[in-house]
Design a protein around this ligand. Sequence first.
Ligand code: SF4
Length: 459
Amino acid sequence: MLLRHTTPKEIDRQALTINPAKTCQPVGAMYAALGLHKCLPHSHGSQGCCSYHRSALTRHFKEPVMAATSSFTEGSSVFGGTANLVQSINTIFTVYEPDIIAAHTTCLSETIGDDMTAIIGKAKDDGVVPEGKHVIYCNTPSYVGTHVTGYANQVTSFVKSFSTATPKKKNVVNLVAGWMEPSDMAEIKRLAKVLEARTIMFPDLTGVLDAPMDGKFHMYPNGGTTLEDMAATGDSKFSIGMGPYSTEDACKTLENKCKVKFEMVDIPIGLKATDRFLMSLSRHANVPVPDEITNERGRLVDLIADSARLLYGRRVALWGDPDTLIPLTEFLVSLDMRPVYVVTGTPGKLFDARMKEILEKVPEAKFKSGERADMFQMHQWIKQEGVDLLIGNTYGKYIARDEDTPFVRFGFPIMDRSGHNYMPKTGYQGAANLVVQILGALLDHEDRTCSEEKIELQM
Ligand code: SF4
């Protein structure tokens, strides 16, 4: 009864968000920075911000997340953080030896108005950036946007700083990865390999936040897009951006800088989004889709057919990031489920437009995006008319407990379970994982709550 004060009656709120479906910009910038090999994220602000961003990622991935901070004091809050950042850059390269420092701002440094270009220029003039090493930055003021915006800004900074065009384009397709789990990226790379497509993925969190335990501490795990590959993205013949909210800016920047054309697709979650991704990759890499992948698709369709009567008409509430909610909602509709409430704290008109189109056949559906879209209001909708299933991050567990509703954990952050960074949700196999999880949650609840004469041994 943790949320017992939530009432079904809605009051129009203009200046209050309760349980927002988002977190702050630098969390995304830090996550994306870890997807470059030997890159150390750096938070230009107070220690508290950096601790929060690191702990948000560590709680989700159950891995130590390395990051540095400018460690602002009262003095830097008044006079600016130039001295702190220059000193930090010196210390980081001397002690921790990364190849790249990816700095991002915070609310405080943005409010002061620190000029990051000038500060990094000063660090170079002072000789604290060693030969062959790099300091890049992105602006991540957290009073606008969300962790998704921060992720997008960081990915764009990779392109601005490293992508280089030479006169010769190569038969390579860039896979610009939106915010997803390392396992999701690994699954996409596996699909590309089966297609025999030549690709470069960036950012690439595989082998970083799902690195194997070998008994030794690795400040910089083996994974992450290498600097050479990042530079080579400017010579690729095409880019596929997966998730417009997290990757469209980077793709546009790459097109303007290096004349690499691009196509936006959804993150390949579910049957149709995976179809679209594979067709795009097949077309632009000029490779056919082999039988091995067609068979994976067939197995997913078989699983859906086997489960159809148990999924049909089930009402679902979901929350999270727009790039994952859009294909997920589409997948639920294709399973004949009814995604009736969908909420994201990330602002943007595209979400509303796509939801309108996807939910055309679910006229009772309500969806909301932006800073006023919160989980409190979604809970109020659930109080008005209940749902059969919840899909979203850990913050939904209070609603699940209160309403005694089956709950599938999906998205970021998942703090109260482990393994999500190892189990893909992308591709046909990932979609099958999702169907199994959804069925398990629904049937476990039914077995636990139905009357004794209704309990079934057979599905
Ligand atoms: S002060 Fe701003 S940047 Fe720092 S943790 Fe809070 S919202 Fe994030």
